[in-house]
Structure formats: structure tokens, C-alpha cells
Design a protein around this ligand. Sequence first.
Ligand code: NG1
Length: 492
Amino acid sequence: MSTPVPSFESLDKIYDPTAVPKQEKRYKKLIAEFEKVYQRKPEFVVRSPGRVNLIGEHIDYCGFGVLPMAIERDVIIVGSTIDEDTKVRLANINDKKYPAREFDYEGKDKVVTIDATKLEWSNYFKCGYKGMLEKFRLDKPKGLFLMVDGTVPAGGGLSSSAAFVCASALAVVTANKLSISKTELTEIAIVAERNVGVNSGGMDQSASVLSEKDFALHVEFVPKLHTAPVPLPVTSPKLAFVIANTLVTADKFVTAPRNYNLRVVETHMAALFLAKVLNLPPVDTLKEVYDLYYQDSSLNEVERFSDLLAKAEQHYPKDNTEGNGFTLEEVSKMLDIPVKELQARYMTRFPVETDYFRLLQRTKHVLSEASRVIEFRKTCENSKDDSTLKALGNLMNASQESCDKMFMCSCPEINNVCEIARKHGSFGSRLSGAGWGGSTVHLTTEDNVPKLIEVLKNEFYRKTYPNITEEELDDAIIATKPCSGAAIYTGF
Ligand code: NG1
């Protein structure tokens, strides 16, 4: 079995020392609330964090690795068990937004019913519960009393759902005195979260479970899920990340045909085109093109990317639309696949709306971004002095530029926040997550964090949202360091 999920007796093993006093208070408050509501003592406490993607956007579904890190914001679950029944009593410290729920175990095969048509907070707990009990197939799992506190803002691109599913799965394991490795927990959480109807890729749960304090995480998907901790440079003053949610919500379901799903289709088509002109067998992803074409090459990883980029530039025909891409008919000719087949293959299950497919632009983003992930990792690993911050920042800025111009997944608010931040001590600023709104991430130093936050509040938030409250601001702007992944806390 690989490394088990760690147990920590003290909170400084989980959080940065500066955050410990605040976290201690939070844990105490949650335990007090648990005791008040259930009139019993807690037996266990577990936590799992949200994540921010530092670099590597829209390349996971192309098969390339990404580089997220766990953040301080997390989901904590305090619980105790009862042998007399198998009922789950689930309460949240924020009971106005997340009212208490109860459900019962429905047996080894079904475990529990999840109605994915409803946006219901307890569904995420049920995902973790179902995932674990499907694995362990207990005759009579323990009845549970649970109290949850989540500080990852929902819908802000920081994977609040993965944090909750991972914490829930861990709570079920701990309550039933089972043991599980970090890898198993990750794999179960990835599959379990699909029960709420989202086909999630695996980056979020990996970061939530497998991250280590002070490290970012290189997550690779091919040939199988593989993660490696990446040390972040030790600088003076210390580096810090600020996450700023633009509060622009791009509803994934509504905009998917023009945004997310269209990008998935464009990158598949781009892979087919490159494979064809390079005389490779037809493939699904640009990563397969990269692997096949360079299997016997003496070029290093990064040189391969620039070589493939040059090949793409050289082979793409000039489009007739001043850089707007190709019509479906043109793509059909380029790929030698009838329009009807393209529609059936790529545009039916997930509808797509577009006049032009911007295949070369998407290829340029994906290949350059995948190369930046590798350079980011190398820069961290070879960090010698404070100039590393500048180098990492440049990679983040280049990523933003490419997301904006080539992948077209930024928006005016993201660009504005990044520009303001760069003028006030951010070495690198970029969108994080799918884009078209949502969160941004900024690399700075600890001493500059208060100033950067203040400037963002005044220059962006109060100007864009004049009625914004202090509470909303606190949720929108988060200063964080790389934190540890899922853990059991025993020091209460
Ligand atoms: P966000 O927007 O953070 O949920 C989405 C995808 C990721 C990845 C990024 C873009 C889901 C659940 N997540 O992330 O897998 O493709 O966009 O890099 O769809």
C-alpha cells in the first residue's frame, strides 16, 4: 500500500505557522458547535483543502500535466459514531446556507441515493460516502454524527466540491476505523464526484489529497495518474500567492457549447490534423502526437515542444478569415473526414456552437502551456536565488497572455485584475481554472500581500462592484501558501 493518509496532532503540520492561531479558534468553535448540536463528544476530525492551479490551463484534457497546489482554505468535518443504527446526521456550521440533513445506508449495492438533478450540498458528502462504502462493502457501517465547516468559496474555481468530497470520504473511512492510502482516497474521490454529474478530470482531487505543505504538485495523467511534489523556492522575503476571484460567473453549462466544450473539440481536431500531416496514426490528443512523434528523438522535453510548434505553423494552411480559423467544411477537407462524421463524433453528445474552429491558435496555446509547466517545475527545482520569482512570474504572465490571445478563455475583468496586480508587486498574474471569469492567481512576496490586497479592493472590487460587502471581499481575495493535503487531525 502506498503512503497512508497522514494523522497530525498539531495544526502547524497542516497550516503555515502564521495561520495556526486563527485555525485553532476555528477548530474549537466547530467542536463546540458539534457538542452543542449533538450533545456528545467528537471522536475524529478530518480535513481536505481546495486548490489553485498555478500553471497549466486547459491542457489536462489534452493529456498534458498541470501544476496546482493545495490552499489553506479547506473543509473540516468533526464526527462521532454510533453502533445502534446506520443513519448519517449531517450538519453544517453555516446552517442557513446549508441546512442539516439525514439519510440512511441503503445496503452494500446501492449505498445511498444521489439526486444529481438537484443542487444540494449533502450530495457531495453522499459522493464520498458512496465511494468509500462501495469499496469496503460493509454490512453495517456505523451511524454518524457530523458537523462540517468549509472555507473554500463555492463556485470560485478553487475546487470546493473536491475538498468536500475528499473530506467526506476520509470521514467515512476514519469513522469506520478502516485505513486507506492517499492514492486510493484520490482515485475513489475522482470517481465518486462523478455521481453529481460532473465529468471531473482528476486534477482537483489529486491536489486536495496528495499535496504537501510548502510544495506545489505536478499532476500527470498519461499513461496513468501520477503526482510529484514540486518544492517552491525559498526566498527572502518569502513568496506568497494571492488568489482573487473576479466574481464574474461563467455558467459552465450555459456557455459550454461556445467555450469549454468547444475548446475540447478544437484541441481534438488539432491533434488529428497534426497527426495526419506528420504521418502518424489518428489520435485523440496533442499529448499522443507529442509522444508518438518524439519517441526516438534526441531533443529534450522543452525542445520537442518548440519543434512541434514550428511544425504546426509550417503545416497549417492559411485560413481565409484573417486568423479567425476554419469553417467546419474546411476542417473536414483538412482532416479528410466528412462533415457528417465530424458532427457525429464531436458535436452531438456535447453540443458545440461556432462558425470557425481556431485550430492553430489552440495548438499554440496547448503546446506552449505544456512546455511552461515543465519549465515552471524545473525553475522551482533549480531555484538558487530570488531571481527565481521573476522567472516563475514571467511564465505565469506568458500563460495569461496565451490564455487570453490564443485560447481566448480570459475576460476583461481577469485582464484588469492581472494588470492592477502586476503594477503592485505581483511577479506573475494569471487566470486559474477554466477562465471566462472566476479566479486569478498572483505570485508575490509575503511582505507585499497586505498592500496588494488593499489595492485590488480599491482599484478593482470597489470600482466594479460598488455595493460589495466586507464579507464578500474576504471571500473574494485570499492570500495563501501551499498547504498540506487531506489529513486526520488528532490534537483536539
Ligand atoms: P475549473 O474551472 O477550476 O473547475 C476546469 C476543469 C479542469 C481544467 C480547467 C482548465 C472541471 C471540473 N474542471 O477547471 O479539469 O480543464 O477547467 O484548465 O471541468
